[in-house]
Design a protein around this ligand. Structure first.
Ligand SMILES: [Zn+2]
Length: 708
């Protein structure tokens, strides 16, 4: 590999120019909860601040760019930072914790007009996009109410569209706002606990997210980033860390204020790259991401990224920016200090692809390298980690006859974040090898015998006797090493960076479009065992696809063959990820049933025979305890729960006397709620609720009640 360390990078690339449409992923709000008494104090403080606002006294946050008004009173601390890892996207703004309270005023930060307004029970909830006079766009989300003019505009659209969920573009001049005007009140719509999610964006399509801290938004950050550990990953054939072709994690020692070091030098062979586990602590136990990360060696800058901007059309590149394998284990703040192939975002500046990968120096023998990792927050508080790197040349690739693999010799193999690691004994001379996964129960597999001996040029032996197959970008131009074995086998496929891939393992077919991968990787396939639970009855073999730390750039298609005659309805493809089983799809084709996803995990076809459960909470059962007769505009509250494939939200429908109702669906609470759309005349009325799950199971519930 010939990745070159670049000299100090000063110029930064402008915003990406990809003209695609905005992709707004689900937002995970991470506000803090504090004691109710404190919340009351804060609400009192807020009233006081608002009173000052009415007197014409500025309520700008400390340090904010004077051109902008604060979006919320300065008593709300920042609880999540810009660019943090979220499943499949960067966190697009900063979160202001409202300490459990809802209803805090939300302000326009400058003169402008409402460019987009959305109402939804999920994602951003009630969200406002205000196009500012300077061309930027302010985004605020999860609000409990809009200001009256905006609320009336939304309500009229909901009335005419017969639905609660709307995404509207009012057009310039329709809903103008003034700097400091209250545009909404904070809440927890879409994602709780209560907080205000606040973004600044740039571009005509508002596709470039900008760090609001750059404009001084948010409370003053006086804490230093804290460096927790260093992750070292071998890159390429023959590369090792401490003699092993494996990822290794090093704890750090704190040497003083903002100064850290490792207890020991890091001994590596060949090229390596790094991950840095670093958080910026904030008041009330909040954990934020730093703004800038550098890897320095004397005057050389090997890596330098800033979480200043990202491209919403490429927001899923977060999965290369952060270490996905670490995030999967709950460590969300481990940054990958290299620019992966296929990563295009403005956060990388002008660094070339591969920047951050350290090749051995020439000549490599006996040289120690002094590396400095530096993490800086938006206020300029910095922490550094000093690392001594002892780096020798990669273990040489041995020609096939010397590799020493015997036909049928057992070896241990696993697909790791560093690649495919195969350990095998010395001796022998054939082209076939048996793999054994180290975790119980043992899984066995072997490469196809028709693979030619030259394939095994891929195998290199390190000094420790472990063996490493080269990463697929060196040798694999198409999928190889596929095994047609039965159960309990490990099949391995090399996924190249470019070119479409089609591979079959038993009844599972994988199709990846051209350039689906950010970078080449190994994918292990083995048979998993799966338990049936209500709403989830497996009807096929389960295939576990292992590729730690890897998500695809473009979704692949996963299909499991099924006999259409023998199987009943309500069957679909499910995937098991970190949060359990989820529905992928039930499209028929390619001789089976499947769907598209960017994530690996365990795949199985399962039948969902359980119906959604619908419980009408209000109006209450007539004649029951606490059953005062409903008012003429009754509150409607319905709980809908589905096990298995999950609700198809667009199918949820509530009608009152055959009139569709405008109710908000809260997927976290699993409650559909609102008030009757019309004032009801005295008499008998009928509420009917229907919902269908993704597997096609439909339920209906109804209640007849009387108003006076
Ligand atoms: Zn947020």
């Amino acid at each position: 590999m010939n990745w070159v360390s670049s000299p100090r990078l000063e110029g930064r690339q402008g915003p990406a120019e990809d003209p695609g449409t905005a992709r707004l992923g689900k937002l995970h709000g991470l506000g803090v909860r504090i004691a109710p008494g404190v919340g009351r104090l804060l609400r009192a403080a807020t009233r006081w601040v608002v009173a000052l606002g009415l007197l014409g006294i500025s309520v700008d946050a400390l340090g904010a760019d004077p051109a902008y008004h604060a979006p919320i009173a300065a008593t709300s601390p920042v609880s999540s930072s810009f660019g943090e890892y979220r499943a499949n996207h960067f966190h697009g703004g900063i979160d202001f914790s409202t300490s459990g309270a809802v209803g805090l005023p939300v302000y326009a930060v400058a003169d402008g007009w409402v460019w987009r307004v959305r109402a939804s029970g999920s994602g951003y909830g009630r969200a406002l996009y205000v196009r500012l006079a300077d061309g930027r766009t302010q985004v605020t989300a999860h609000q409990s109410r809009f200001a009256p003019a905006i609320a009336a505009f939304v309500a009229a659209a909901q009335e005419s569209l017969d639905r609660y969920e709307v995404d509207l573009s009012p057009g310039e001049g329709r809903l103008p706002v003034k700097r400091g005007e209250i545009i909404a009140w904070s809440g927890e719509s879409g994602a709780g606990p209560p907080h205000l999610h606040f973004e600044m964006r740039e571009g005509a399509d508002a596709n470039v997210g900008v760090n609001p801290r750059l404009f001084g938004f948010g409370d003053v950050d006086t804490t230093l980033p804290v460096i927790n550990r260093l992750v070292v990953t071998p890159v390429g054939a023959g590369a090792t860390v401490e003699g092993e072709p494996m990822v290794r994690t090093y704890p750090v020692i704190r040497d003083g204020r903002g100064r850290y070091r490792l207890a020991v030098p890091v001994a590596v062979a060949g090229a390596v790259r790094f991950g840095l586990d670093v958080v910026d602590p904030a008041p009330r136990d909040n954990r934020l991401a730093p703004q800038r990360i550098e890897l320095l060696e004397g005057d050389l800058v090997h890596y330098d990224v800033r979480l200043d901007r990202f491209d919403w059309t490429r927001a899923h590149e977060v999965e290369g920016f952060f270490d996905l394998a670490q995030a999967d284990e709950g460590r969300r703040f481990v940054l990958n200090l290299y620019r992966p192939p296929g990563a295009t975002g403005p956060e990388y500046g002008t660094m070339p692809i591969g920047a951050g990968v350290l090749e051995p120096p020439q000549p490599p023998a006996g040289r120690s390298r002094a590396l400095t990792f530096r993490a800086t927050d938006t206020a300029g508080n910095a922490a550094t980690l000093a690392v001594t790197l002892r780096q020798s040349a990669a273990a040489p690739l041995l020609p096939p006859p010397e590799v020493g693999i015997s036909r049928g010799v057992h070896a241990r193999a696993e697909v790791t974040a560093a690649g495919l690691v195969v350990r095998l004994p010395r001796g022998g001379d054939s082209a076939s090898v048996v793999l054994e996964l180290p975790s119980p129960p043992p899984l066995w597999g072997h490469f196809r015998r028709r693979e030619t001996p030259s394939r095994f040029a891929m195998v290199a032996l390190s000094r420790s006797g472990a063996a490493l197959l080269a990463p697929p970008d060196r040798f694999v131009r198409r999928p190889v090493l596929q095994h047609a074995g039965g159960a309990d086998t490990l099949d391995v496929i090399g996924i190249p960076r470019g070119g479409a891939v089609r591979a079959r393992f038993g009844d599972l077919t994988i199709q990846l479009p051209d350039s689906a991968a950010f970078h080449p990787f190994w994918l292990g396939v083995s048979i998993d065992s799966v338990q049936a639970v209500p709403g989830f009855e497996p009807v096929s073999a389960a295939y576990r696809l292992t590729a730690p730390g890897v998500a695809l750039d473009k979704a692949g298609r996963f299909v499991i063959a099924r006999n259409l005659d023998k199987m009943a309805r309500n069957i679909g493809l499910f995937r098991k990820g970190d949060s359990g089983w989820s529905w992928v799809g039930n499209e028929e084709g390619d001789g089976g049933t499947g769907g598209n996803t960017r994530y690996f995990g365990t795949f199985v076809l399962a039948r969902d025979a359980s119906l959604p459960s619908i419980t009408i909470l209000e109006p209450a059962v007539p004649g029951g305890r606490k059953s005062a007769p409903p008012s003429s505009r009754p509150v409607l509250r319905i709980r809908i729960v589905d096990t298995g494939s999950g609700l198809a939200v667009s199918t949820i429908l509530a009608t009152l006397d055959d009139v569709p109702q405008l109710l908000e669906w809260d997927p976290e609470a699993q409650v559909l709620s609102g008030t009757s759309r019309r004032t009801l005349p005295a008499g008998s009325h009928r509420l009917v609720v229907t919902a269908t799950d993704r597997a096609g199971n439909r339920s209906l519930a109804e209640r007849t009640f009387t108003t006076r």
